[in-house]
Design a protein around this ligand. Sequence first.
Ligand code: SF4
Length: 132
Amino acid sequence: MSVYAVADAPGIRVHVADLGMACCAVEFAAALGRGLLVEAPDDGEPSARVLVVSGTVTDVLAPSVLAAWEALPAPKAAMSFGACSNTGGPYWDSYSVTKGVDQVIPVHSYVPGCPPRPEALIDAIVELAASA
Ligand code: SF4
């Protein structure tokens, strides 16, 4: 798990477990590369603790997603980032693809898009922090 501050709202610090399983994961890296999210010290209770699931969840990977969710201390929230994680996306009719990560874990934030833009990741993090 990593600690980040939102660059435009430095009061928001989030602990993020990033499960990047396909191309949407690049957008998380883009948010870091563009400085929208910046690394922060782990020196206190975060604004939110978030599991970000980005990319294509398969039935084989689903138990690992569940284990990552269960390992995250409460209070916590799960973000489904992108069409694949939300519904299976372009691969929804594949025999091996889970038709939405909410079949595996509770999801608190759905971010649409294939892929969503990095700004959408930031917006979702800010919303989760506000509702935490
Ligand atoms: S939603 Fe689109 S960009 Fe994201 S992992 Fe699926 S295919 Fe790739």
